[in-house]
Design a binder for this molecule. Structure first.
Ligand SMILES: *Cc1c(COP(=O)(O)O)cnc(C)c1O
Length: 230
């Protein structure tokens, strides 16, 4: 079941890449496993998934520990990071997508210096200006990215956004296109070279995100099915 869903997602990724003239190997599929039981993650791993995304620090840390026997897994933190949780992530998540303020970047940096560690991060941008979502404002993103990239311990590797939820993904195409342009400006500003990432595209909009240049998709429901309601 999960393996069929993954195969279907991969077909749609390949189709979108073909339309856009892109190589599917440029696009990383992160299976968003938030709220999902460990056994489903094990099944997705057996079906070939190697990247998993969690939106809560505590839940993510528990799964990382419980599933440490799974081989070759990369763990992504995709949800808002509170400053008082920042010290946990430095130890465990391979990529933090959700650095959404200079403040949280400073706290994480301070902890990384103390532990003599480095952490790959993406900067979350609140591109569509929805008051309910976290992220840097697009107009401030280049300046704030410079400040964040100057902090020790943090390696800024790209940008991330959550597009507004709309019935027709064509409506959010301008958001993805604008993010692509902003991403290039930020990359130049912080001298982010090869391997620069643009994390955008979820269950309802990932083909459009691929067409507009996404390099990391964060997909939950299309892989695992509907999440249990809270
Ligand atoms: C839940 C979540 C996703 C995955 O959403 P789906 O619609 O299930 O694909 C992606 N990104 C973030 C930040 C999320 O919280």
């Amino acid at each position: 079941m999960i393996s069929e869903r993954i195969a279907a997602v991969q077909r749609r990724i390949n189709d979108a890449c073909a339309r856009a003239g892109r190589d599917p190997r440029e696009v990383t599929l992160v299976a968003v496993s938030k709220t999902m039981a460990n056994e489903r993650i094990v099944k997705a791993h057996a079906a070939g998934m190697r990247h998993f995304g969690e939106n809560r620090v505590q839940e993510g840390i528990a799964k990382i520990e419980e599933l440490s026997a799974l081989e070759g897994v990369t763990w992504h933190l995709i949800g808002h990071l509170q400053t008082n949780k920042a010290k946990h992530v430095a130890r465990l998540f391979d990529l933090v997508h959700s650095i959404d303020s200079v403040r949280v970047a400073e706290v994480l940096s301070g902890d990384l210096v103390k532990r003599e560690r480095e952490q790959d991060v993406l900067l979350q941008v609140n591109y569509a200006d929805e008051s309910s979502k976290f992220g840097l404002e697009p107009d401030a993103a280049v300046d704030e990215a410079r400040r964040i990239a100057a902090l020790p311990g943090l390696r800024v590797r790209g940008l991330m956004t959550v597009a507004p939820f709309v019935p027709d993904p064509e409506i959010v195409r301008p958001v993805f296109r604008g993010m692509r342009e902003l991403s290039e400006r930020v990359r130049d500003a912080v001298q982010g070279g090869d391997g620069w990432q643009l994390s955008m595209g979820m269950t309802d909009d990932y083909p459009v995100a691929i067409e507009e240049g996404s390099t990391i998709l964060r997909i939950g429901r299309a892989i695992f099915g509907e999440r249990p309601s809270a």
